[in-house]
Ligand binder design. Sequence first.
Ligand SMILES: Nc1ncnc2c1ncn2[C@@H]1O[C@H](COP(=O)(O)OP(=O)(O)O)[C@@H](O)[C@H]1O
Ligand SMILES: [Mg+2]
Length: 172
Amino acid sequence: MIDSTLEYLRGGVSSEAARPIDLASVIETIVDEHLDQGHKISLTGLNAAPILGRVLPLKRAFSNIIGNAVKYGASADVAITEANGQVVVTVEDQGPGIPPAEIGRVFHPFVRLEKSRGRETGGSGLGLTIAQAVAQSHEGSIALENRSEGGLRVIVSLPRLDRPTRSDAPRL
Ligand SMILES: Nc1ncnc2c1ncn2[C@@H]1O[C@H](COP(=O)(O)OP(=O)(O)O)[C@@H](O)[C@H]1O
Ligand SMILES: [Mg+2]
């Protein structure tokens, strides 16, 4: 609790400089960790997703989102796609979702919904607050929606890094 409060006070953003990274490999590492712990989780989509990013905050953000899916939704289906110059990471579960009236509130610090209270796997209610701060600090966004099939869908969009192509490189 104290650790995550300190993390929240730091805004979930480290002093690490943003550098070109492959978000797909960050996600893959988190998915592997959850698989090792015996969780039901799948990963599909792009094998490479270049962004300008800070690895530690991104790991923290996606660990929480994927952790929420397995904790509240029992399984996680993670997909990495690309649209309109954005890398889009979608995390879907088959849990209860979030009542529409509460869906904006769960981004607020310390908000945990009634059903989560007193769970032995309980958290601090800071995970989504941090995930949103991290997405925004990368000029990205996070959105939540209930799936029509049931369960929650979390969508994180971050600007894709377009490396200069050979023809753009200065001629020497
Ligand atoms: N995938 C999900 N399915 C259902 N409810 C969720 C999901 N993710 C988050 N929530 C709800 O949003 C609340 C806030 O999430 P979060 O900020 O990660 O805090 P924590 O997991 O520490 O409780 C959770 O307590 C839970 O009630
Ligand atoms: Mg959480």
